[in-house]
Design a binder for this molecule. Structure first.
Ligand code: ASP
Length: 733
């Protein structure tokens, strides 16, 4: 029998109008699950949506009222149709029939920053479009819906029968291209074949990519980033980490480039919002695009992470953050310019610290070694030794690559900016291509300058290059760099020289150059010290590091595939989940607290009381707008409070998540939205490498707090009205 939902207006929801009702399909519990796992334990695993039948019974035993087919179907609309890959890195969810989506504040942060100026500071003040016309376009922002996921492993292996080495690779590529072409041609779809489980299986994934996505609303950072770096990766949490966007489509509801004529996209499905929210022990699932886990690193690789890789990356970021944080504290303009960069640098920096601590506390090395020894005893397989030999050769290249990334992507911005001109400088592009490149560089110029400060960048280069030289394996150091820096008297002095003679950091000179398009003038930049330096560094990286890194990585993938295969074969009664790879996955668990340390017990729910307790006027992480303080002190919860009269702000669950799950819908047993996933607790930061069900908890912002901020705090109740609100009063099947 269908479950009935009553109108929200039965509740004391003072600020809402125009509520709708919603009825979920009948959901008979088909106990077909093949995986008999302990229902009381947090669940490891990010499940591929097409394979949910395997865990359907287990999910239903934990409380799910839907079937696997309700979650993912290619025959009719299902939950997957409301899940969005947001800009390729985060997740978002559709919450209205008119293209409205929710994601994290930290996922929309770059866009919010882009629209911010000192005079109109959306980061500080928040932003709410009160009309559709006021919504803000974001060139380059994309939203992707998954059309279909299909296992093509068999097809590929059939195509490659009898082939090996390069011939096999070539044939495999051809077959993948053919598969994608057949699935997408003339259908307005994009497609790719993705390797899972180190290439043990391959899936075709077709999708629809929308390109007109507008900013609709964001709370002030004092809500969306409340707690700042201090609270990041920490429970208890009181952050309203959400923002709202709207997808626009052409008149036929298809993806289109930005146009004022576009109309709000009508999604195949949008999530009803459960205004009753959650309580301790409720079933939850998180549906999104987890980025990357590394659960099959062998013990030597985990040891390398703990003793070398994380320490060097943390040290590089210590230097970068010292510069960026000081700059941001010195002026409003720099605070805005370096907001997104600071967040992205600080986020992984803090995670790696927690990861090292967690891996050590959980005796990760002993656990990994024990598993490896069990495999050896059971099968005699030499796969772990093979991996060990490969890893020993691979680690120096992995380090050199990580340091290159830290220096060029998380360090000074001028390096990649200068490299962007190489086609013009070297005269390598001509004719129409040259015009296109010039047009692109001209278009990007204002955006680049808005968030750039030459002094900050110069300091970043100076401090990072010193740190880089501390860690880079001696025989992989770019030739002459050590001597050059030491001759100048160290990184900062060397950097001052490099920047001092460059024109790339000079906005006026670059503007003139960009306007002129004069080939000769461009050619002269070949002698620019910043250009010379980044080109040399890149040349060194692509000649000395990337090829060997890539070759060894390929071999490690193959050996890791053999390792996971061997584990599954040797221990068929155990579950060895497939690593995350930025594809759509479902994870499930419960609203659940944890007790990570002796004498410590975390509740799963945090409330608005805690916001007031944390409030420190004038503190960059814990200050908040007066209006917020007043409303919370008055307990003006506008009908969004729970049965105890408290406004729930965040909650934790035992869902296995990772980066990329940021912004993912947290769903209840009926597939209704109860929160937005945004983080993990400090004691969970090692879960990408070693998941521990007793202490790994994901953190979600409660949907009631999201609605309260929109409706009561911001006065944007029209957005709440657009949603389909449901309650579960008296609902029985
Ligand atoms: N806060 C995280 C992130 O930045 C989400 C997570 O990793 O759990 O991606």
């Amino acid at each position: 029998m269908p479950r009935k939902y009553t109108r929200v207006s039965k509740r004391r929801v003072g600020y809402l109008v125009g509520m709708k009702t919603w009825t979920v399909k009948g959901a008979l519990a088909l106990v077909l699950g093949l995986a008999c796992m302990n229902v009381l334990q947090a669940k490891e695993g990010m499940w591929i949506p097409t394979l949910l039948k395997v865990v359907e019974g287990d999910m239903q035993a934990m409380g799910l009222k839907l079937t696997a087919e309700d979650i993912y179907s290619i025959n009719h609309s299902s939950l997957k149709d409301a899940v969005v890959h947001f800009n390729g890195g985060c997740t978002a969810e559709m919450v209205s029939a008119e293209g409205l989506l929710l994601t994290n504040h930290h996922c929309g942060y770059g866009q919010i920053q882009q629209h911010s100026t000192v005079e109109n500071d959306l980061l500080t003040n928040g932003f709410w479009a009160m009309t559709r016309e006021a919504e803000l376009p974001n060139p380059d922002l994309t939203c992707t819906f998954i059309d279909r996921i299909e296992d093509v492993t068999l097809q590929l292996s059939r195509a490659c029968v009898g082939l090996a080495g390069e011939a096999r690779e070539k044939r495999m590529q051809e077959e993948m291209e053919a598969i994608v072409k057949r699935a997408t041609a003339g259908k307005g779809l994009e497609g790719r074949v993705v390797a899972f489980d180190f290439g043990n299986s391959h899936y075709l994934i077709t999708s629809r990519v929308f390109r007109d996505v507008r900013l609709v609303g964001a709370p002030p950072s004092a809500v969306g980033k409340f707690g700042g770096d201090t609270d990041n990766w920490v429970w208890p949490r009181h952050t309203g980490d959400f923002s709202a966007f709207r997808i626009y489509a052409d008149a036929d509801n298809n993806p289109a480039d930005y146009s004022a004529d576009n109309v709000p996209y009508a999604p195949v499905h949008h999530f009803p919002v459960n205004v009753d929210g959650v309580k301790d022990g409720d079933f939850t699932m998180v549906f999104g695009f987890p980025g990357r886990t590394e659960q099959y690193l062998t013990s030597d690789a985990v040891e390398h992470v703990i003793t070398r890789l994380n320490p060097m990356r943390i040290a590089m970021r210590d230097e970068g953050l010292a510069v960026i944080n000081a700059a941001r504290a010195s002026s409003d303009a720099l605070r805005i310019a370096y907001a997104a960069k600071q967040s992205s640098v600080a986020n992984a920096w803090k995670k790696w610290k927690g990861q090292n601590r967690g891996l050590t506390e959980l005796h990760a090395l002993d656990k990994k070694r024990a598993l490896e020894a069990r495999l050896k005893a059971a099968t005699g397989s030499a796969v772990v030794e093979d991996l060990g030999a490969l890893n020993a050769a691979y680690f120096p290249f992995l380090e050199a690559r990580a340091l290159f990334i830290e220096l060029t992507y998380y360090g000074p911005d001028l390096l990649n900016y200068a490299h962007g001109f190489s086609g013009l400088i070297e005269g390598a592009v001509e004719g129409e291509k040259r015009d296109q490149l010039l047009a692109k560089l001209r278009a990007n110029e204002a955006g680049f300058r808005k968030d750039f400060d030459a002094q900050v960048d110069e300091q970043l280069l100076g401090r990072l290059v010193d740190e880089y030289l501390e860690w880079i394996p001696v025989d992989l150091t770019p030739e002459g760099l050590r001597q050059e820096v030491s001759k100048a008297g160290g990184g900062p002095a060397w950097s001052a020289k490099v920047f001092g003679k460059s024109v790339f950091d000079n906005a006026d000179a670059m503007k003139k150059l960009l306007a002129s398009g004069n080939a000769k003038a461009w050619g002269k930049l070949v002698k620019d010290p910043v250009y010379i330096w980044i080109e040399n560094l890149r040349a060194h990286y692509f000649a000395q590091i990337a090829p060997e890194y890539g070759r060894l990585r390929g071999e490690i993938e193959l050996a890791s595939g053999a390792y996971t295969k061997a584990l599954r074969r040797a221990f068929p009664e155990e579950v060895f989940p497939v690593d995350a790879n930025s594809t759509l996955r479902l994870t499930y668990g419960k609203v659940e607290g944890s007790a990570p340390y002796d004498g410590m017990q975390y509740n799963p729910l945090s409330t608005a009381r805690g916001i007031l307790q944390k409030h420190v006027p004038g503190d960059p992480d814990f200050d908040m707008p007066e209006r917020l303080v007043e409303l919370l002190e008055a307990r003006d919860y506008g009908g969004y409070a729970n049965e105890e009269g408290e406004l729930v702000v965040c909650f934790t669950g035992s869902n296995h998540t990772t980066g990329g799950n940021s912004g993912s819908p947290a769903l209840d047993a009926h597939g209704h939205l109860v929160g937005i996933n945004f983080d993990r607790s400090w004691e969970s930061t090692m879960s990408d490498i070693l998941f521990d069900g007793s202490r790994c908890r994901n953190i979600m912002v409660d949907i009631r707090y999201v609605l309260w901020v929109m409706d009561v705090f911001a006065g944007a109740g029209h957005l709440v009205e657009e949603m389909t609100l449901v309650t579960q009063e008296g609902g029985t099947e």
